[in-house]
Design a protein around this ligand. Structure first.
Ligand SMILES: *[C@@H]1O[C@H](CO)[C@@H](O)[C@H](O)[C@H]1NC(C)=O
Length: 478
């Protein structure tokens, strides 16, 4: 494996699925088998619908999951329900075109019962009488609604309020919960709405809460024990990979009884991964992919409804997860690195909060291993890509993880291996040299898509890790 010419040093080369990896301050590291040729085991211990859609197939009313965004148009008025001012006051039914204030995020209670969270994060509820408002920051019984779908047309719905009556849009200015049960679903029935689903989230929260506790436990255990197995480690090792990055969720710390709706068992799976890694002489990078509060609102952050809420108040809890993981694995020979947080997004996650957390998380990780790398993920979104350089320089054995995707654009679709490599050389050179400093030695990895891996793998078995493009990395170059 050669270093690219513009590198100052090449201590650590990840060929990670999603990421390019920058390493800093590596002088102390005792990690032996650099560069890492690693694959990201995405979708295993943090479920993601786009990686394994079949996981979600058995969920009843599976398009109404936590975080599903819906809009309701009154059939009678031809106008959309809207949380006036985005929330904090009444609901109205007067908007011809839906946007943020007309969008409701579901919190799923069970397959037909939900809380509805509005733009400003209040929940739809009753004001004590029949008036429908969005004023409460907590979801309790008076914020709990049943969505009744028409049998032969699930887009047509009625919304049953906790008082037993149905919502109706009597006039554009008045939405009340006082319509009786009976309906024949006529167009001019003011309790009938046309529901449009804008976005569906499919992450571990949605999966486990969608199935409910018993079924979720079965589904997750089956997934954990079959999706990645010892055979995969053997195969990866035989084919030249020497490391894996394993995304985990914050709830792994409370295994076997994590907070609902998460279910226990992922810790045992991670233990197994360490056993297998050791057996096949591979390294493990433990990646805290989902943190409490969500650092990016993406489904892979374990979010309930897509709001990014991680910040200062969550630092202590998040550091505790790092402490737990490092304590458990810090002395394992396969433990190569801990990544403190995957893909925080600016501007929601501030650089102040993040730096504070990274310092504390670094200390927690370092307590249990003097040689493991501690990986700091750069912020995605509008952020200076050099913003962590000085912090990284001050933390010995830290690594900055930057995610430049060779995907999500049509131009990558038909690129072959060499073209992917050339793209890194030619198009990423500026970005990468930006995060390279003379005293902050660096290397990077590139994300490759799966078609590349499929070509590379002889018998195609690694495709198992590649349910969709991009789950894998390409590992050999000339
Ligand atoms: C869903 O939850 C509501 C409120 O707790 C309850 O009344 C209803 O019976 C539940 N429905 C199902 C299908 O479990």
């Amino acid at each position: 494996m050669e270093c690219y010419s513009y590198r100052v040093k090449c201590p650590l080369t990840f060929y990670l699925l999603f990421s390019c990896l920058i390493s800093l301050s590596l002088a102390q590291s005792a990690t032996s088998n650099l560069p890492f040729k690693a694959v990201n085991l995405g979708g295993w211990l943090v479920a993601e619908g786009w990686i394994k859609p079949s996981l979600f197939k058995g969920i009843p009313n599976g398009d109404l999951l936590d975080g599903t965004q819906v809009q309701f148009m009154s059939g009678k008025l031809g106008k959309y329900l809207s949380a006036e001012s985005g929330g904090g006051t009444i609901l109205v039914a007067n908007r011809p075109n839906p946007s943020g204030w007309e969008t409701f995020r579901l919190w799923r209670i069970n397959e037909s019962t939900f809380n509805l969270r509005v733009f400003n994060k209040q929940f739809v509820g009753l004001n004590g009488g029949n008036e429908v408002v969005a004023v409460s920051s907590e979801a309790d019984t008076s914020e709990t609604f049943q969505i009744v779908r028409k049998d032969d047309d699930p887009r047509r719905v009625r919304i049953k309020a906790p008082n037993g009556f149905f919502l109706q849009a009597k006039t554009e200015a008045s939405v009340t919960a006082d319509f009786p049960v009976d309906t024949d679903w006529r167009d001019d029935d003011p309790s009938v709405f046309v529901m449009t689903i804008i976005t569906i989230l499919e992450g571990e929260y949605q999966l486990t809460n969608g199935y409910g506790p018993e079924r979720a436990l079965q589904v997750m255990r089956e997934h954990w024990s079959t999706y990645i197995t010892e055979e995969d480690f053997m195969f990866m090792s035989e084919n030249g990979l020497n490391a894996v990055r394993i995304p985990v969720g914050w709830w792994i710390m409370s295994d076997p009884t994590p907070p609902k709706p998460f279910v226990g068992g992922s810790l045992e799976a991670l233990d197994n991964a360490f056993t297998w890694a050791q057996k096949y002489n591979m390294k493990v990078i433990v990646d805290l992919h989902a943190v409490p509060g969500s650092q990016n609102g993406n489904e892979h952050s374990g979010t309930r409804d897509g709001y990014e809420e991680w910040g200062d108040s969550y630092i202590q809890e998040t550091v505790a997860v790092i402490d737990f993981l490092a304590a458990r694995y810090g002395n394992k020979p396969s433990f190569a690195a801990i990544e403190l947080m995957n893909e925080p997004v600016a501007p929601g996650v501030t650089i102040e909060d993040l730096s504070k957390y990274y310092k504390a998380g670094y200390d927690a990780g370092r307590k249990y291993s003097s040689s493991a790398y501690v990986i700091l993920s750069n912020r995605l979104g509008p952020a200076d890509r050099r913003e962590l350089l000085s912090l990284g320089q001050s933390l010995s054995g830290s690594v900055i993880d930057v995610h430049y995707y060779n995907l999500y654009s049509d131009k990558f679709k038909n690129m072959n291996v060499q073209e992917n490599i050339d793209f890194i050389y030619n198009e990423r050179a500026a970005e990468l040299s930006d995060v390279t400093t003379p005293n902050g030695p660096l290397s990077f990895c590139r994300g490759m898509d799966c078609s590349v891996v499929s070509k590379w793998s002889k018998d195609g078995r690694l495709r198992k890790l590649c349910k969709r493009p991009t789950r894998c990395i390409w590992t050999s170059h000339g």
